[in-house]
Design a protein around this ligand. Structure first.
Ligand code: UDX
Length: 437
């Protein structure tokens, strides 16, 4: 089957590479010439484990190619995926759909044979209807169907998530389109991943509901963590205790500095806008957004408290800057709010990250960057573990303690048991455990 993937951002590139790996003939299209040139030379625009190898082997196999020419990409394609960006619109939090509609118009103009036009970008309920309207306006003659097929992959585990999904949601009520989608996903479908056919609007809403629910789960345990600290309980044990209940489930119950990334912050806001427009407020999601925003800033204050309430002149080293491990993505990373709070409090901030320094640099003014965690910690008054990168899970804590000015370590991901920190000579602070051992 011939597939066109419009947009080679995170979702488009990973999906395109995985579809070609299923044996489909995939053309990835992007307007950005430098990105397409780089991809042709095997250079990935993002850091995602395993992606470069997957792309290289499918390019070699002749199943995957890259172009800026949308018309050529769409020519003969039976499934045309729209995977362009839907950033938050400045000012009002609505998803900006101009790229989606622009792509829809160009696809409509370029259509050759019967095809499913599939939105993979996360788009508000009703976007498919608008794409369908554009299609009818530009090409009233075309035999094409607009389908919603939201993507649930996680950064850092995207290929694995794509190839072994919990479910695939396909929003279409048209049988010809459904047949194309069954063919697209045949390898997974044969692997017994449930293919859930719904109406288009239901599929669009399912994506937002899933992300809002996960964001709620994280925020819930984060608030419980705050309570644990005050009443003298241990949030990790609470998590385990509730997570073993199958109705709750153990995942996404890890307390930390608040969720960030390209999806949860943006999608929760967009969902609230949809709810507002529909005059059906989602009060729980409203609280989640507010609590999470406040939490990211509160983490900076937590560090200042660990410094005795005054950060003026203190040197603080943040280890792990990206919003989570195994990505170079800095979008809405908690580290950004923490740096701000620390600098507002008069601290000098240092940063280390295994992959994200290049992305962090333009977002963090007056931060000194280091290429290894020990150099960042040397002479510092406090070290803060912000992201649970593997390299930060196996630190030589004794070495850190010996070279610091004051041996204060704030572990915002509960990587180390408090007794390990104490044994290394560090004054340890963590999340959701009695304030300090
Ligand atoms: C998320 C969804 O998981 C994915 O299905 C969707 O398609 C896109 O958004 P992603 O943003 O890549 O994926 O990261 P994820 O692993 O879900 O983590 C999101 C944020 O939540 C991170 O900041 C992470 O640190 C935080 N988190 C996650 C926690 O603080 N605790 C947890 O238990 C889990």
């Amino acid at each position: 089957m011939r597939i066109a993937m419009i947009g080679t951002g995170y979702v488009g590139l990973v999906s395109g590479a995985c579809f070609s790996d299923f044996g489909h003939d995939v053309v990835c299209v992007d307007k950005d010439e430098s990105k397409i040139d780089a991809l042709k030379r095997g250079i990935m625009p993002i850091y995602e484990p395993g992606l470069d190898r997957l792309v290289a082997s499918n390019v070699r196999g002749g199943r995957l190619s890259f172009t800026t020419d949308l018309k050529a990409g769409v020519d003969g394609a039976e499934a045309i995926f729209i995977a362009v960006g839907t950033p938050s619109r400045r000012g009002d939090g609505h998803a900006d759909l101009s790229y989606v509609f622009g792509a829809a118009r160009e696809i409509a103009e370029a259509l050759t044979g019967p095809a499913a036009i599939v939105t993979k970008s996360t788009v508000p309920v009703g976007t498919g209807d608008e794409v369908e309207r554009i299609l009818a306006e530009v090409r009233p003659d075309a035999r094409a169907w607009v389908v919603s097929n939201p993507e649930f992959l996680r950064e850092g585990a995207a290929i694995e998530d794509f190839k072994r999904p919990d479910r695939i949601v396909v929003g279409t009520e048209n049988e010809e389109a459904a047949e194309i989608m069954r063919e697209v996903y045949r390898p997974l479908y044969l692997n017994k991943a449930p293919l859930l056919f719904t109406s288009r609007r239901t599929a669009e809403l399912t994506k937002y509901a899933a992300n809002a629910f996960l964001a709620t789960k994280i925020t819930f345990i984060n608030e419980i963590a705050d309570l644990c600290e005050v009443v003298g309980a241990d949030v990790q044990q609470v998590s385990r205790g509730i997570g073993l209940d199958n109705r709750i489930g153990s995942k996404f119950l890890h307390a930390g500095p608040g969720y960030g990334g390209s999806c949860f912050p943006k999608d929760t806001l967009a969902l609230l806008k949809t709810a507002e427009d529909a005059e059906t407020p989602l009060r729980i999601v409203e609280s989640v957004v507010a609590v999470n925003d406040a939490r990211k800033r509160a983490m900076g204050r937590k560090v200042i408290q660990a410094l005795g309430g005054d950060a003026r002149g203190a040197v603080v080293a943040l280890l792990g800057l990206t919003f989570k491990p195994n990505t170079d993505d800095m979008r809405d990373a908690p580290s950004l709010s923490i740096v701000q709070a620390l600098q507002d409090g008069g601290a000098r901030v240092r940063g280390f990250d295994p992959e994200g320094i290049e992305q962090a640099r333009p977002l963090m003014a007056d931060v000194d960057f280091f290429d290894n965690p020990y150099a960042a910690a040397e002479g510092a008054d406090a070290v803060v573990l912000v992201t649970e990168w593997d390299v930060l899970r196996a630190l030589d804590l004794g070495r850190i303690a010996r070279t610091m000015k004051q041996p204060i370590l704030v572990d915002l991901r509960n990587i180390y048991p408090p007794q390990d920190l104490e044994a290394a000579g560090l004054k340890g602070y963590s999340i959701g455990r009695p304030l300090r051992a």
